[in-house]
Write a protein that binds this ligand. Sequence first.
Ligand SMILES: [Zn+2]
Length: 86
Amino acid sequence: MPKVVGEQTCEVKVEGAWQAVTLTEARTVYGASSRRCPACHGQVKIAGNFTPTGGYTMYHWRRHPGCPLTPATFSGTPSQHPQAMG
Ligand SMILES: [Zn+2]
């Protein structure tokens, strides 16, 4: 579950277990950890979002039509990423 309502989360691998953190935490606290999408488990990268509202944005390394977190490419049917990180 997201720790902070309203902020995008991703999952980072900490001591062998995936846990949900905010994108800000992923960048500032878990900078060296693997990250994955909480919905499709595909590998993601996090970039600074240089808009007036600030914050970070999550990008998938490979787009996946089964991921509801990417509305632009979502097919309507959730499915796991073909290269999901375990
Ligand atoms: Zn995804």
